[in-house]
Design a protein around this ligand. Structure first.
Ligand code: C2O
Ligand code: CU
Length: 464
């Protein structure tokens, strides 16, 4: 977008604001930064294809990256110019509940033509993201997401810091338009909406120039509705520094493939080991074949040797999982889906057979209940520790996301996994997570395969 057009857009948005607030007499200098959800046409598929109509923040997909410092306040006026009500969720942020952006739960959906002022502090450094949280199965698929990067107080020793948002789209190969079968029974009852076109940062053939022995910080975000990315490196070597925004106490050397489930993030520090003239890759495994997800052309030499191994990123404040001895115990059984064993479940307060659920286009249950109800999975007092055992009694993997708080997995031998906000569970697995309920409010706990969340896999935790 050229400067003139950007200015025009900004002026347009600003005058819209004043117009929407006749009583406020807002001076232009006080006008909050806006982010406007709108329809846009972007060149998503390769250049020989038509542009694709998407929904994006400020007409971009991903939306403009928000980069702030740890402890900063983020203020955004979300303006809805979509043909559908919407809201913005700030995924992974330990946020005030009123700012969590869950339409119909922590706030009313922002109507067509309306706005909502988000205003919150970011306590933790790391890689986070924002996305629509009203009819997410449609709105995220249409492109309503972006990266929220919170920088450490002291910049780590890297040459570049790059955000790579991975997504797939389910496109009509003739027209390059997004298929609008967002509620298809097949994606709801099977693995979710998996696209036929995969890209990085909304671009086909994402490539960047690098130099040999440069150290890159790659912030990978999986914004896909349901695709589990299996990734690998070629011509790059390095470490996992953080999962879901939260630094590892000891960086993990990358040795082979790694997995990024929907909504998960990973921060890598990688050194360019490929030589000048070669191309390094972030690879994705697709039907058993390795294909390039992002390419790094080596255009020179930055240094004759690699740097020493990195030191860990500084831990975020007050993240210890304490009180495990007296933790409150909860259980969650996930059931349903194709090839599942769900015979009956409660839907809208009534017991239904699986045939009746299918007729209602609902397929999944948590502890025998389909979708959100007035009863939370767990009612906690502030500061209590919860230990939640989850049994995936389905034939599918699910990426379970807790809003508002991070958790750790408690392994059978008592050891703890990394801090995360989204846990990938394959079919048949039982896993246990623990978290300290230190953030008051109503927090969703749901599958981030968005078709599953829309067809039953949603519950919540109440922290008084
Ligand atoms: Cu990223 Cu409730 O979601
Ligand atoms: Cu799921």
């Amino acid at each position: 977008m050229d400067q003139t057009r950007r200015n025009l857009l900004q002026t347009g948005a600003a005058s819209g604001l004043l117009w929407a607030l006749p009583q406020a007499g807002l001076a232009a200098a006080d006008a909050p930064v806006s982010m406007t959800a709108q329809v846009a046409n972007l060149q998503l598929a390769p250049p020989n294809y038509a542009k694709t109509e998407v929904w994006g923040y400020d007409g971009r997909m991903p939306g403009t990256t928000i980069r702030v410092g740890q402890g900063d306040r983020v203020k955004r006026r979300f303006v809805n110019e979509l043909p559908q009500a919407s809201s913005v969720h700030w995924h992974g942020i330990r946020i005030d509940n009123a700012m969590d952006g869950v339409a119909g739960f922590t706030q009313d959906a922002v109507p067509v033509g309306g706005f909502f002022d988000y205003d919150f502090v970011v306590p933790d450094a790391g890689t986070y993201w924002f996305h629509a949280h009203n009819r997410s199965v449609e709105q995220v698929a249409r492109g309503l997401y972006g990266a929220l990067i919170v920088e450490e107080p002291t910049a780590p020793d890297v040459d570049r810091d790059e955000v790579l948002v991975l997504d797939d789209w389910w496109l009509d190969p003739k027209t390059a338009q997004i298929y609008t079968d967002f509620d298809s029974p097949h994606s709801r009852s099977h693995a979710g909406r998996i696209g036929n076109f995969v890209a990085t940062n909304g671009k086909f053939g994402q490539t960047m120039d690098v130099k040999q022995n440069q150290r890159l910080r790659l912030r990978l975000i999986n914004a896909a509705n349901a695709r589990i990315f299996e990734l690998d490196l070629e011509g790059l070597q390095g470490w996992v520094m953080a999962y879901d925004g939260m630094p590892l106490a000891v960086p993990e050397k990358i040795d082979g493939r790694f997995v990024l489930a929907p909504a998960q993030r990973v921060d890598l520090f990688v050194d360019v080991t490929a030589e000048e003239g070669q191309t390094a890759h972030l690879l994705r495994l697709d039907d058993g074949k390795s294909v390039s997800q992002a390419a790094f052309q080596v255009m020179g030499v930055a240094a004759s040797t690699r740097r020493a191994a990195p030191v860990a990123l500084p831990a975020n404040p007050n993240m210890e999982i304490t009180g495990l001895e007296n933790a409150r115990q909860f259980n969650l059984v996930m059931e349903g889906g194709a090839m599942g064993r769900l015979d009956t479940a409660i839907l809208n307060g009534e017991r239904r057979s699986f045939e009746q659920l299918i007729a209602a286009n609902e397929y999944w249950a948590f502890n025998g209940v389909v979708g959100l109800t007035d009863a939370p999975l767990a009612r906690m007092s502030r500061g209590e520790t919860a230990q939640l055992q989850i049994y995936n009694d389905t034939s599918y993997p699910h990426a379970m996301h807790l809003h508002g708080m991070h958790f750790r997995e408690i392994k059978p031998d008592g050891s703890q996994g990394p801090l995360r906000d989204t846990l990938l569970m394959v079919g048949g697995e039982t896993r246990t997570i623990a978290f300290v309920a230190d953030n008051p409010g109503k927090w969703l706990f749901h599958c981030h395969m968005l078709s599953h969340a829309a067809s039953g896999m949603m519950t919540w935790v109440d922290v008084a």
